[in-house]
Design a protein around this ligand. Structure first.
Ligand code: EPU
Length: 423
């Protein structure tokens, strides 16, 4: 069992380099198997979700090499192996194999996706999209069976009742090789969707409108390999910016696309965080007189749900009362009892997190219930007085590339401890 131990309350300074975007990588990797020659992805983060996807690709017959953040995927040996469970259940993004296998072979058997528990996370919109393209989809003993009449999908109009990142990407993946035109309306607009569309277009697809709420896809017969440099992780960047504002004594966050973080940076400015924003880096200076601000999460370009939990420790340091409402995942509140264990005045009332500040946190033994709750607890541990031990850290390693090394480099006293369990 792994745990993270932090000696808190040390001023952090220096530079942090942001890695490639997790939520882009986990879609780009399945997308690569649509090609009929090798795809090279650059800037890929070294995180557990990427390693899980590589294992899945290898089971399917792909030849994969990953070194120095360059991932080479040769999909020529890929066959449509039934993937009912195992690795598939270890992450959310395995649902992208439904779209890619369906697009490539006209059939797929893929287990239900796992991932962080943030309340109910249905995939009805993915299914609705596949069905609109002509697939028959059934759930048999916890695995999704996707079939087509003649191994062919047919373009169609798909309206998203709810704005969904995963469903938008999955329908795009299925539709790139369909016959005719697919139009996705009320599509999600996240930067990761543009990144996936850019890769697919470089592979020979014909996708227009990614990044707006209407995406038009003209199906093509064949897709080929290419080289693609992926976007930096806006959620990792936001996490380090929040950390720098809460515990920093001058921290520069590098490899950032500011435009992907506008709503987050506006919130930091509202709180009173001092920053210098340059072309691809943001420097956070020590700030005083931070004031509380309410927060509501929305689909992009609104405030990202994934940054709600990492921002909470900073809000705990501000003067006043703050209300946090997550309109995407109303149950994304599992960090709250852990922060309360560290001495925070924070509670959940209805679908709202309410906190009063400023708070002085003390070290405690806490449990990461999901990826971003884990990041929140790391930040809380860094600002707390004394020692914080975080359990369940595999969640954190799923999405944060070399987090211990990056934090140690800016002066944090943080280590990973692995306990060997007695037989
Ligand atoms: N939804 C449905 N039906 C569906 C799909 C989604 O009702 O078929 C609802 C969800 O329940 C949720 C909302 O739509 O209330 C938005 O969910 P979305 O489909 O956009 O989420 P996702 O694609 O499963 C991705 C990220 C999440 C991030 C959300 C929202 C990946 C692998 N995951 O999930 O990232 O929170 O978008 O931006 O891209 C994380 O990185 O920590 C993480 C959880």
């Amino acid at each position: 069992m792994k745990k993270i131990v932090i000696e808190g309350n040390r001023p952090l300074s220096g530079e942090v380099m942001i890695s490639g975007a997790k939520n882009s990588a986990v879609a780009l990797i399945p997308a690569a198997i649509l090609a009929d020659s090798p795809v090279i992805l650059e800037g890929v983060p070294d995180i557990q979700d990427v390693h899980s996807l590589i294992e899945i690709l290898e089971i399917m017959g792909a030849n994969v090499r990953f070194s120095n953040n360059v991932l080479e995927i040769d999909p020529r040996g890929v066959v449509s192996v039934p993937m009912p469970s195992g690795k598939i259940n270890s992450l959310r993004a395995s649902y992208y194999f439904m779209g890619t296998l369906l697009g490539k072979f006209g059939e797929a058997v893929v287990g239900l996706p796992g991932g962080c528990y943030l309340g109910p996370r249905p995939i009805d919109l993915h299914v609705k999209g596949f069905e609109a393209l002509g697939a028959k989809v059934t759930n048999e003993h916890g695995a999704m069976y996707l079939r087509t009449e003649d191994q062919t999908l047919h373009g169609n109009r798909v309206f998203m009742d709810v704005i969904s990142v995963g469903a938008t990407i999955n329908i795009m993946l299925a539709a790139v090789k369909a016959k005719g035109q697919t139009v996705i309306e009320n599509a999600a607009r996240e930067p990761e969707i543009i990144d996936v569309a850019t890769l697919l277009n470089n592979m020979g697809a014909n996708i227009r409108g990614a990044g707006t709420d209407v995406i038009r896809i003209e199906g093509v017969d064949q897709l080929h390999g290419c080289r693609h440099f992926m976007i930096p992780d806006r959620i990792e960047a936001g996490t380090y910016l929040a950390l720098a504002a809460a515990a920093g004594n001058g921290v520069k966050v590098k490899n950032v696309i500011y435009e992907h973080l506008e709503s987050f940076i506006a919130k930091l400015q509202e709180i009173g965080v001092n920053m210098k924003i340059s072309e691809d880096e943001i420097e956070v200076y020590p700030s005083t007189n931070l004031k509380a601000a309410n927060l509501m999460t929305y689909p992009y370009p609104g405030f990202a749900t994934d940054l709600q939990q990492p921002l909470t420790p900073l809000l705990l340091m501000t003067q006043g009362t703050a209300e946090i409402t997550d309109t995407i995942y109303s149950k994304r509140v599992n960090h709250v009892p852990e922060l309360a264990r560290m001495g925070a005045d924070i509670s959940v009332e209805g679908n709202m997190i309410i906190l009063n500040g400023p708070n002085k946190l003390h070290g405690a033994e806490v449990v990461a219930s999901d990826l971003r709750a884990g990041a929140c607890l790391v930040i809380a541990g860094l600002i707390a007085e004394g020692t914080t031990t975080i359990y369940n850290v595999d969640y954190i390693l799923r999405g944060y590339d070399h987090i211990i090394e990056k934090l140690t480099a800016i002066g944090a006293r943080i280590k990973m401890v692995e306990e060997v369990e007695a037989e």
